[in-house]
Design a protein. Structure first.
Length: 99
């Protein structure tokens, strides 16, 4: 479940990026590494935040994703959501304790 392509995206990252909640849950149940980073340091949580996939974001947070992890350029899920124009995600991350 940790195979990654040229970009370093794992199956979990791809599912989170595309909003596939059930696939995310299945991969986590099967042991996918929740905070694994791709080549730019992005995690599944950051990708879900960028795309505005609130249900996937909730699932990842509930399963213990690191909310304040930083990408190579210093971006966090909160900063990425704000930059991507995702106010509902920004609010949810703030309520969950994002810095």
């Amino acid at each position: 479940y940790e195979r990654s392509g040229v970009s370093g995206l794992t199956l979990l990252m791809g599912a989170a990026n595309n909003g596939h909640e059930r696939v995310v849950e299945l991969l986590l149940q099967r042991g996918a590494e929740i905070d694994k980073q791709n080549r730019t340091g992005r995690t599944a949580l950051m990708l879900a935040a960028q795309q505005g996939h609130e249900r996937v974001l909730e699932l990842l947070l509930h399963r213990g994703a690191e909310i304040n992890m930083q990408s190579i350029d210093g971006g966090t899920a909160l900063l990425i959501a704000a930059y991507s124009g995702r106010p509902a995600v920004v609010l949810r991350l703030l309520r969950a304790g994002a810095d």
